[in-house]
Design a protein around this ligand. Structure first.
Ligand code: FAD
Length: 480
């Protein structure tokens, strides 16, 4: 009898795990010798990934891009036959709203940290005093408080705020690094784990007491190894990111897997070598289980099997956000759309808008001569005032902020609001150490239970894909 594996959760991590389990046990052209079932609480697959028709185009309601410089998402798209739909932003030059205006980000930034101080000064984002403070970092020959710990898994982890404020000063942190990182997790970079939320800065910070010198050396090493500095940082899918999760769904069914929708798992028990899952329509038995869930439901199901890891997961906080997609007449805007959008500095917060992606300038497939499509974010961890507004009032607040920042002076042509509650995990210092401890606890417990997804080793699409693949491999190595 082939083993039966149940994957709980049909987001990108769970779908990748299910697809990998099936594909790895399939002879070319055939059905899988593995028996795989996906149980999903809602009526659709994709989780936080969703695309929909808007103003005559398919526009993402959530994620619209994935890192191109790590292979996971790009490789999976190719494997699924989506290579012809891979696309990269027409313009990657973003701006920041600060000091009363929109300023283009300077060249040479690494996760918001400047490596070119002349470009930084010319950008107008940082005051002359702020640039002088950042330049002090170049003279640093002694570590501040000792170097960040040597353990890349984060045992001696620090916060991003600690590193940047101490090395380059408050202005660089508040006007560049914090807004860039908040664009990823809608969180507070003063509390964000360096190892889990900004791994590139964490490894650079161990090279030299000056962070700028460290990052320059890191860039030189990458160039010497053949990295193309002009290569796109991100890719997207023309046709929408949901094509990725929809195609995974189709492939799972073609390979003989089953996907049950509206099947929330409310309990997970282990007895006589079998895993038993409670669902409203009855119990489901399996030899092995992948939990590809957000932290709260994962913690509930793990409490019996990994109590310490479950308690850590239960404490993981999330940010809620809303994505307000609007179409506006180009002539109603008071600025050129010559970039990919803008972020908002911590020092210059707006009533509702936290970031704005100029979708129809960023992506060639969304270009339109008359109407511009903007994807506007609202809400951040610890600040839900905008999210408490009803749709009508939220749209009005966003319209006001677009008037302030981009000079919009006509009503929206169209507006769509997508609310993502408890969507983005907030990794605190030491997060990766807690993730490793959970894996150890699971390995020491009953065989055949593993986890994957944004709550664990990174919230970006490539990181979720990597974890889905790894969960499948772990179970295969255990003989399932
Ligand atoms: C607005 C927004 C924009 C983003 N933009 C980007 C971006 O541009 N690039 C990028 O890389 N990442 C982006 N992200 C992050 C990325 O989309 C997510 O981190 C990732 O999709 C999470 O995937 P996942 O599989 O771990 O979890 P999820 O997508 O949350 O999937 C978990 C699934 O489990 C299901 N579930 C929950 N409880 C149960 C239960 N008890 N039983 C059964 N099923 C259950 C849920 O319904 C859900 O379908 C963005 C996220 C948001 C919200």
């Amino acid at each position: 009898m082939s083993p039966h594996v149940v994957v709980i959760g049909a987001g990108i991590a769970g779908l990748t795990a299910a697809y990998s389990l099936l594909a790895d046990a399939t002879a070319p052209g055939g059905r899988s010798s593995r028996n795989v079932t996906v149980l999903e609480a809602t009526a659709r697959v994709g989780g936080r990934i969703q695309s929909g028709e808007f103003a005559g185009h398919t526009v993402d309601c959530g994620a619209d891009a994935f890192l191109a410089r790590v292979p996971d998402a790009v490789d999976l798209c190719r494997e699924l036959g989506l290579a012809h739909l891979l696309t990269s932003p027409v313009s990657s030059s973003a701006g920041v709203w600060t000091r009363g205006g929109l300023h283009r980000l300077p060249g040479g930034l690494v996760l918001g940290v400047p490596t070119d101080l002349e470009a930084l000064a010319a950008s107008g984002i940082i005051s002359p005093d702020g640039v002088a403070r950042a330049a002090l970092d170049l003279d640093r020959t002694e570590w501040i408080d000792g170097p960040p710990g040597p353990d890349p898994d984060g045992v001696d982890d620090q916060s991003v705020g600690w590193l940047i404020r101490s090395r380059l000063g408050d202005e660089v942190f508040e006007r560049l690094v914090a807004p860039l990182l908040a664009g990823v997790n809608a969180g507070d970079a003063d509390k964000l784990s360096l190892a889990a939320g900004a791994g590139q800065l964490a490894s650079a910070a161990r090279i030299h007491p000056s962070l700028i010198v460290s990052l320059r050396r890191q860039l030189e090493t990458a160039r010497a190894a053949g990295a193309d500095p002009a290569a796109p940082v991100f890719n997207g899918l023309s046709g929408g990111t949901q094509l990725l999760t929809d195609t995974l769904h189709t492939r799972i069914l073609e390979l003989g897997g089953e996907v049950r929708l509206s099947a929330p798992v409310t309990g997970l028990h282990h007895s006589d070598g079998q895993w038993l899952m409670e669902t409203p329509s009855g119990a489901v038995a399996a030899d092995a289980v992948v939990l590809a869930l957000p932290a709260a439901p994962a913690a509930g199901l793990l409490a019996e099997h990994a109590p310490q890891g479950a308690a850590d997961l239960a404490r993981l906080e999330y940010a809620s956000v809303a994505m307000i997609t609007v179409a506006v007449q180009r002539h109603a805007l008071g600025c050129d759309l010559d970039g990919s959008g803008f972020l908002v500095a911590l020092t210059d917060r707006l009533p509702a808008l936290t970031a704005c992606s100029w979708a129809s300038s960023k992506w060639a497939h969304l270009a339109d001569p008359d109407v511009a499509i903007l994807r506007v974010s609202a809400g951040r961890h610890g600040d839900t005032a905008a999210l408490e507004l009803d749709d009508h009032a939220l749209a009005a607040a966003i319209h006001h902020d677009l008037g302030t920042t981009m000079g919009l002076d006509e009503p929206f042509v169209a507006c769509r609001i997508t609310r993502w509650n408890d969507a983005l995990p907030q990794f605190r210092a030491g997060h990766l150490g807690r993730v490793r401890a959970l894996h150890d606890e699971l390995m020491a417990g009953s065989a055949g239970l593993t986890v994957a997804g944004a709550a664990h080793e990174g919230l970006g699409i490539p990181a979720c894909i990597r974890q889905g693949r790894k969960a499948a491999l772990d179970l295969a190595e255990q003989g399932f």
